[in-house]
Design a protein around this ligand. Structure first.
Ligand code: NIG
Ligand code: FE
Length: 418
């Protein structure tokens, strides 16, 4: 196996402390900030991290590629754990309607919203969807994203949801995690939520069973007034659980509708949005392994309050941050803006934000044993930048990644930085 050495790294952030603490109660020391250390990886995995010049003899004898890294800050690749990046069409006109006073739910009830993206996505070919989505994947990649979650949920019929799931498996670059969100809205072909969810269980779930040919890695449902109730979701998610498919929930975004409680009851990987939750749900989350995924840019676009991040973190909840990139409630892919809002509006410290976008997000996807932090045995997923770590999540829109690696493979090299 080929060995590669990142030699004498200017500043290395391992996030090992954050990983050991399970992403809770993060302080600066948990970032594992090291000077003049080196990182050695073999194939997909990190095999050693230690002080420069102290490479163990077993490795020193072997041939290796050496990358001088004295000018770099190196840290785990960012994990973008909640996107709806697979869709066709545009909803920019609806955004203007919302600014002129129509609500998200009113637009949806009139056949717009999610259902308007559904019409466009059903019409798009497999090749067209792959092309559009790959361009978005590339945009995330430029920002240091080495793992990217993508949900379906804009097709809502058997043929086209399968088309979307297949499209996700064709994407290249970062590690891609596919989430089946057939339960995003009730398509007009079905009378009620139960009829539609039963249809998904019968027709799509058999294709999602864990295994080599599985078309998805997890499933999601939008629990919200006008979409799916917690009672119907319970049956649906329990059926997934029985097949061994991990679950996540769009929970308590616009109203308190039971999503977070259900995530805890069913041991989902995460409860996402969670901005309407009360102290009771915060307590329950803190005593669970469910990660709260916070999506502040969507809150800005929706003119919603921000989630009570400070309260959650102080209570011991593990949080992650993500964009929620989608054509309706968050047309931005900017991960720096997410972190900046978390710092400006949600009282999160920079170490908390860095951990949320690495360790916390890895937990959200159930990948904490492989990614989110750097140590021997974990995946070689990291980014090299010339900026200091204190410059992260500070200047949205500025390119700061020089190159990035996923599973030991270079997936991005900046043309801005030589
Ligand atoms: O996370 N809340 C449900 N899903 C998306 C919005 C999807 C859309 O409006 O197209 C969200 O905000
Ligand atoms: Fe979402």
């Amino acid at each position: 196996m080929s060995l590669t050495l990142l030699e004498n790294i200017g500043t290395l952030l391992t996030l090992q402390g954050a990983a050991q603490k399970g992403g809770r109660h993060i302080v600066e020391e948990d970032l594992g900030i090291l000077k003049n250390h080196s990182l050695l990886f073999s194939g997909e995995k990190i095999v050693w991290i230690g002080p420069h010049r102290k490479i163990p003899t077993e490795f020193r004898k072997q041939k290796m590629k050496v990358i001088p890294a004295r000018e770099y800050t190196v840290l785990p690749g960012f994990v973008e754990c909640h996107t709806h990046a697979l869709f066709a069409g545009s909803r920019s006109a609806e955004f203007e309607m919302r600014l002129r006073g129509k609500s998200y739910q009113e637009i949806a009830a009139a056949g717009g919203g999610i259902l308007s993206t559904v019409r466009a996505t059903r019409k798009e070919s497999l090749a067209g969807l792959i092309k559009k989505t790959q361009e978005r994947v590339n945009q995330f990649q430029r920002q240091g994203v080495t793992t990217l979650e993508i949900k379906t949920g804009y097709a809502l019929d058997e043929k086209n949801e399968l088309k979307c799931l297949k499209a996700i498996r064709e994407l290249r670059g970062p590690r891609i995690i596919s989430t089946f969100l057939g339960a995003h809205a009730i398509p007009s072909e079905f009378k009620n939520e139960n009829e539609y969810l039963d249809f998904l269980i019968q027709k799509i779930f058999p294709r999602l069973k864990p295994g080599k040919n599985s078309l998805a890695d997890r499933i999601d449902i939008f629990i919200e007034k006008g979409f799916f109730s917690a009672a119907a979701a319970k049956k649906y998610l329990s059926a997934a659980r029985e097949l061994g498919i991990p679950t996540t929930i769009h929970a308590d975004q616009l109203t308190l509708s039971g999503g977070t409680d259900l995530a805890v009851d069913l041991e989902s990987q995460s409860a996402d949005h969670v901005l309407q939750i009360t102290d009771r749900q915060i307590q329950r989350l803190s005593n669970s392994e469910v990660t709260a995924c916070l999506l502040p840019v969507a809150d800005v676009y929706m003119k919603c309050p921000f989630p009570p991040a400070r309260k959650m973190i102080d209570a011991g909840v593990r949080v992650s941050l993500a964009t929620d990139f989608n054509p309706g409630t968050c047309p931005s892919m900017d991960i720096s803006l997410v972190g900046l809002l978390a710092r400006l509006e949600m009282g999160m410290s920079l170490p908390e934000v860095v951990s949320a976008y690495t360790v916390g997000a890895a937990y959200t996807l159930g990948l904490q044993s492989q990614i989110g932090s750097l140590s021997a045995g974990k995946s070689a997923d990291f980014i090299c930048t010339k900026v200091e770590w204190t410059d992260l999540f500070y200047s949205p829109g500025q390119e700061f990644v020089m190159n990035s690696y996923s599973r030991g493979r270079k997936i991005f090299s900046s043309s801005t930085y030589a």
